[in-house]
Design a protein around this ligand. Structure first.
Ligand SMILES: CC(C)(COP(=O)(O)OP(=O)(O)OC[C@H]1O[C@@H](n2cnc3c(N)ncnc32)[C@H](O)[C@@H]1OP(=O)(O)O)[C@@H](O)C(=O)NCCC(=O)NCCS
Length: 204
């Protein structure tokens, strides 16, 4: 499916460790978006995102109540990065003069032994359905996944999250099943989790 589109950018043989170690992987640009590794200055973005009940509807965590929780979250992301378990980028709009931050994109739950990880994304509601996350997933597959020593990448979502499911299908991720009542979330109860995966060999 992707063979015709491959864009070799000189990263051939890239190992996941380099993503954590080399600054050049902390900043990426796609045609409409800029990605910068999440930093302490992203407190407002994180609070605006995760305090919105619409954004949080299909997420497996509680709605943020104050900015302190945003700071705590960023600290958690910093720890995740330092322990080489994942990286989350803040996503900004190229065309906006102020480089408006609109959401986040992540490679997380990285398992160095099994060479697998999960993709994560969330945008402020006014930026939904404009193809931004499709652009990020496409960029990830063609410019990162294809060139890196990851064997498997997953998209996981609740069955009610039709947009995520649609994106997984659109990019050729294979539906593997639904983990029933997999996560307990206070206020939501037990929630199911759908698992989609893309393997390196699926790109051949
Ligand atoms: C899920 C999310 C990241 C998608 O980002 P996005 O930039 O809006 O996605 P895109 O515009 O690239 O693509 C969305 C696709 O889903 C489709 N879609 C959206 N809502 C849909 C629905 N209810 N039913 C079916 N398809 C739907 C859109 O039509 C679009 O399809 P297309 O690519 O064929 O045009 C965004 O909605 C979001 O931030 N949601 C809240 C946080 C969240 O749930 N994150 C994911 C956790 S697993």
């Amino acid at each position: 499916m992707y063979a015709m589109l491959l864009c070799k950018d000189g990263n051939g043989g890239l190992v996941m460790n380099k993503i954590f170690e080399k600054r050049k992987y902390h900043h990426f640009e796609t045609s409409r978006l800029i990605l910068d590794k999440l930093s302490n200055s992203d407190e407002k973005l994180i609070y605006n995102l995760y305090s919105d009940s619409k954004v949080m509807k299909f997420m497996q965590s509680k709605i943020m109540k104050n900015k302190k929780e945003a700071v705590k979250y960023i600290n958690k992301m910093n720890k995740m990065f330092k322990s080489k378990k994942g990286i989350r980028w803040a996503v900004s709009l190229k065309k906006s003069k102020t480089k408006q931050k609109i959401g986040t994109f992540a490679i997380h739950y990285y398992d160095s032994k099994s060479k697998k990880a999960e993709l994560g994304a969330d945008l402020l509601v006014s930026y939904w359905n404009k193809g931004y996350v499709s652009e990020l997933v496409s960029f990830f597959i063609l410019n990162i996944f294809k060139n890196i020593d990851l064997n498997r990448i997953e998209i996981r979502c609740m069955p009610e999250n039709k947009a995520s499911m649609h994106i997984a299908n659109k990019f050729g991720f294979k539906y593997e099943g639904t983990l029933r009542e997999f996560v307990y979330i206070k206020g939501k109860g037990y929630t199911d989790e759908m698992v989609f995966s893309l393997l390196q060999k699926d790109l051949d």
